[in-house]
Write a protein that binds this ligand. Structure first.
Ligand code: ADP
Length: 399
């Protein structure tokens, strides 16, 4: 019998980190604990946490060699937290859900399905499944909800999903799925909360610009297209991911540089993007600092801004115009310079930035007269997961 107010745990297993957060259920949801284990599989693995009630913040070294050991360490550690027994349910970020348009409770069937589709997301799904199964093993009665990054894009029309390769691959599930769906869903809920009908009912481009980056074209609240495709390596150039490439490159590199499929996969995911171009950093802050003295950093930033602008142009065409542009993610939320460069010359789309507002990352950074409203919204994927759990468990009308 649980006595304290119910809590919801959110878990987000990345390739080298596990992020967690605990919310107390109420109106609004209250963040009580959050943190992460990072550098998993590398030197210097740490658990960093912040208990918001006591304002205790700590960073503890963690002696684990891999993801499954990190998952066990985290579960042990969370069990020692004072309100662990009040956790009623757990929500997981799951990168790929194929046709799942809604968050789905974890069952043996769902676990089997996720195992089967692991080849679609081999860099993420094994870690996410490992965490789900470790938690189930230790706490079989605790409901777990899978919240898929692909679900938001289930509304995309067929023409946006089709990949122009032989038709038979479609039967294997090869199509555009799109990712960053939890972030996009959160941004759309924020637009509803801001009571902006021009955005919630209108033509919106959402730009999630972080280490991973993508854009989505949304009309009347539904995703019509997005820059990421079959895997999160596609679309816009990113920190270490290449984004879209000439498909002839694989044959060229395999013949001329002995690049195997595994090396190619490593290259496009970990050695390309702004890191590949700059040869120094994947981090936008570093690149902006270095660009005045290092042409490679300047080119990396220029390529990122150029490509983001190209996607905005393409998605404005998809939407037959534009009412709202939203910047989000670490770069989108924090870099006035990058936002200015992306929006330069887009006045023909009705985008006119107010540089004073832009400089302070104000919630609205367009001028009063701008035909399109340009907004900056801090995304919150953890909160989106927690809300989904509350809705699925009917824990609170506030969610
Ligand atoms: P992830 O995709 O890992 O969640 P984030 O959304 O945290 O990534 O974004 C990380 C990116 O945001 C990095 O490139 C970082 O340099 C960039 N960033 C964060 N703050 C700033 C800033 N003030 N100016 C420019 N870039 C920033």
């Amino acid at each position: 019998m649980k006595t304290s107010p119910p809590r919801v745990l959110t878990l987000n297993a990345g390739s080298s980190s596990i992020k967690f957060a605990v919310y107390r259920v109420g109106d609004p949801l209250l963040l009580e604990l959050h943190g992460k284990i990072d550098h998993i599989g590398l030197d210097g693995t740490h658990l960093i946490f912040h208990d918001t009630a006591t304002d205790q913040q700590e960073s503890l070294p963690v002696a684990v060699v891999d993801h499954s050991a990190a998952a066990m360490f985290l579960i042990d550690w969370l069990e020692g937290w004072k309100f662990f027994d009040a956790i009623w349910a757990v929500g997981h970020r799951v990168v790929h859900g194929m046709a799942h348009a809604e968050p789905t409770f974890v069952t043996t069937t769902l676990v089997g399905e996720l195992h089967r589709i692991t080849p679609y997301a081999p860099n993420h799904l094994p870690q996410e499944l490992g965490l789900i199964q470790a938690l189930h093993h230790r706490h079989p009665g605790l409901p777990q909800l899978a919240c898929f990054d692909t679900s938001f894009h289930c509304t995309m029309p067929r023409v946006a999903r089709l990949l122009p390769i032989p038709r038979r691959y479609e039967a294997l599930g090869v199509q555009r799925y799109g990712f960053h769906g939890l972030s996009y869903a959160y941004l759309m809920e924020e637009l509803v909360r801001l009571n902006d009908p021009a955005a919630t009912k209108g033509r919106v481009i959402l730009a999630h610009l972080g280490n991973g980056a993508s854009l989505a074209a949304v009309c009347d609240g539904e995703s019509l297209d997005t820059s990421m495709s079959f895997t999160p390596a596609s679309g816009l150039v990113m920190g270490t991911r290449s984004g879209d490439l000439d498909p002839g490159l694989l044959a060229f590199l395999s013949k001329n540089d002995q690049v195997t499929p595994a090396l190619f996969d490593r290259m496009i995911n970990h050695e390309s993007g702004m890191l590949g171009i700059s040869e120094t950093s994947s981090d936008m802050r570093d690149l902006l600092e270095q660009e005045a003295t290092d042409v490679r950093s300047a080119e990396a930033v220029a390529l990122f801004c150029y490509q983001a602008k190209k996607w905005i142009g393409a998605f404005s065409a998809v939407l037959d115009g534009l009412d709202t542009l939203v910047f989000s993610g670490g770069i989108g939320e924090n870099s006035p310079q990058v936002r200015t460069r992306i929006c330069q010359g887009l006045d023909f789309l009705g985008i006119e930035l107010d540089e004073k507002r832009n400089a302070i990352s104000a919630p609205v950074i367009s001028t009063e007269g701008s035909r399109a409203t340009v907004r900056v919204i801090s995304t919150n994927e953890e909160l989106m997961i927690a809300r989904s759990v509350c809705r699925a468990m009917e824990l609170s009308s506030a969610c």
